[in-house]
Ligand binder design. Structure first.
Ligand SMILES: Cc1cc2nc3c(=O)[nH]c(=O)nc-3n(C[C@H](O)[C@H](O)[C@H](O)COP(=O)(O)OP(=O)(O)OC[C@H]3O[C@@H](n4cnc5c(N)ncnc54)[C@H](O)[C@@H]3O)c2cc1C
Length: 438
């Protein structure tokens, strides 16, 4: 129970409110460009800034309004973004490559801070730190062991917080302690996107919205890019479509798994309540397999809560009440307050839980951030721009990795509802068992 969705709730991201007015965009694409970029999120824009500043005429084509995808819908949480552990990667790639891949997560985190500072982008960036909460005592023990290992082996700062001290980090007793990553950060995703868009336009990038690309054909000296608003001759093409990848690029479509993620924003809350639930500025996430992630809004007036709440894809009006219930289970005090915004977006997972970048049939790509793309999409986008310019700095540890798919997989994840249902059932079972013992 509780107030749930308030009447007149919005299905647009909370982040879209109070944004500066849209910037000068081009109505129609030009007939030719050195570089055509498909998709206007963090990947596409960061690539565009690099190529345009090096003097290449650059055109960004976007199916929706610029920033329509995840880049203005996410939680604004910035971690080191590499999901597989060093151990797991070492087994797969050997010690040296594994370290290099893990290190790219650190590089991305450091680089996004520099980018925002150098470009003077006003987007509430903060080295806030993250509290990663354990939803069972066993998870807490594993996290505590992991903290030690991360610091010792990878120089990644992390320290455990026991359940007894948890309220110094998060105003709930529903977890069994957690781990603090003091270097993780947060920002306002849509303001960051708007800042990038402005810098791209200032650099001479032409950005055309509501202009879906429908075909990319190789030619003798580049590509012919067909869009809803006209055909463009391009020397280089970058595909930056992540969770919105389609049959336009069938080879990539077969390699990413689109998964919906949902978020809600509460109505404005009393300051004392926000301070009690979030005594620090840290962002938060938990160890559930189907993870919840949440934080206070940058102005600390609301709670923004995200996760995946159903096995099947459902719209924001249906996911909002479910997320609300999950949020109130963690923070029962929030039952007295309702939700003003509920929204969703589509992230891209990969079969090996790693992001991928490279070139296929002459077309550059970077995608598959597995739900943690604020820094990684930005960083790999920038590197992709450098690659198009032929610069050595464009190289990354992800280069040359095989981008795996599965037999018969064509981009429609028929297996997802069963997998999510199983993980959610298991998360709930573990949680209930731990609560009974406690
Ligand atoms: C609810 C939610 C919460 C998230 N929270 C976090 C978080 O807290 N931290 C984090 O690190 N990550 C988070 N993410 C993931 C992160 O937002 C993404 O990884 C990142 O924004 C990806 O950026 P991108 O530029 O690659 O793709 P996107 O921003 O998704 O952009 C891709 C664009 O390509 C366009 N496109 C597709 N096909 C075509 C075509 N044929 N022609 C033209 N344009 C096309 C789409 O319209 C879209 O705008 C979250 C995602 C969601 C949905």
């Amino acid at each position: 129970m509780g107030k749930g969705l308030l009447s007149g709730f919005s299905q647009q991201p909370y982040w879209h409110e109070h944004l500066d007015p849209p910037l000068a965009l081009v109505e129609r694409p030009t007939e030719a460009a050195d570089v055509v970029i498909v998709g206007s999120g963090y990947t596409g824009l960061n690539a565009a800034i690099e190529t345009a500043r090096a003097g290449r005429s650059t055109l960004v084509l976007e199916a929706g309004t610029p920033g329509f995808g995840c880049s203005t819908r996410n939680g604004g949480q910035i971690s080191t973004s590499i999901k597989p552990s060093l151990e797991k990667l070492t087994r797969r790639f050997g010690a040296e490559k594994a370290r290099a891949i893990r290190h790219e997560g650190e590089n991305a985190l450091a680089w996004i801070e520099e980018r925002i500072k150098d470009e003077n982008i006003d987007c509430d960036f903060q080295r806030s730190g993250r509290y990663h909460a354990a939803h069972t005592p066993q998870h807490y023990e594993a996290l505590a062991r992991m903290a030690d290992k991360l610091t010792r082996e990878e120089n990644i700062e992390a320290f455990p917080v026991s359940r007894a001290k948890q309220r110094t980090e998060l105003g709930t007793d529903s977890y069994h302690g957690g781990l603090v990553f003091p270097r993780h950060a947060s920002l306002h995703p849509a303001k960051y996107h708007r800042g990038l868009l402005q810098r791209a336009i200032d650099a001479g990038v032409e950005v055309c919205g509501h202009c879906a690309v429908t075909q990319i054909d190789p030619t003798a000296d580049g590509f012919r890019v067909v869009s809803e608003k006209g055909t463009v001759k391009a020397r280089d093409v970058i595909v930056a479509t992540n969770g919105y990848t389609t049959g336009l690029t069938p080879w990539l479509h077969r390699r990413v798994i689109p998964i919906g993620s949902n978020m809600i924003a509460t109505e404005p809350l009393p300051q004392t309540l926000v301070d009690r639930l979030f005594p620090t500025h840290r962002i938060a996430s938990d160890t559930c397999k189907v993870v919840y992630y949440y934080r206070a809004s940058p102005d600390r007036r609301r709670i923004l809560f995200g996760g995946r709440v159903s096995a099947r894809e459902i719209g924001p009006a249906a996911s909002g009440p479910k997320l609300y219930d999950s949020m109130c289970r963690i923070f029962p005090e929030l039952r007295d307050y309702g939700v003003t915004h509920t929204w969703s977006g589509t992230v891209a997972y990969t079969f090996d839980e790693l992001a991928h970048t490279g070139m296929h049939d002459g077309v550059h790509y970077a995608m598959g951030y597995c739900g943690s793309g604020v820094s990684m999409a930005s960083y790999l986008g920038m590197r992709l721009g450098q690659k198009v310019l032929g610069l050595r700095q464009g190289q990354t540890a992800f280069d040359g990795l095989r981008f795996p798919t599965r037999p018969l997989y064509t981009g429609k994840p028929w297996f997802l509802p069963a997998a999510v249902a199983w993980y959610r059932w298991n998360d709930r079972r573990e949680y209930t068992k731990a609560a009974r013992v406690a």
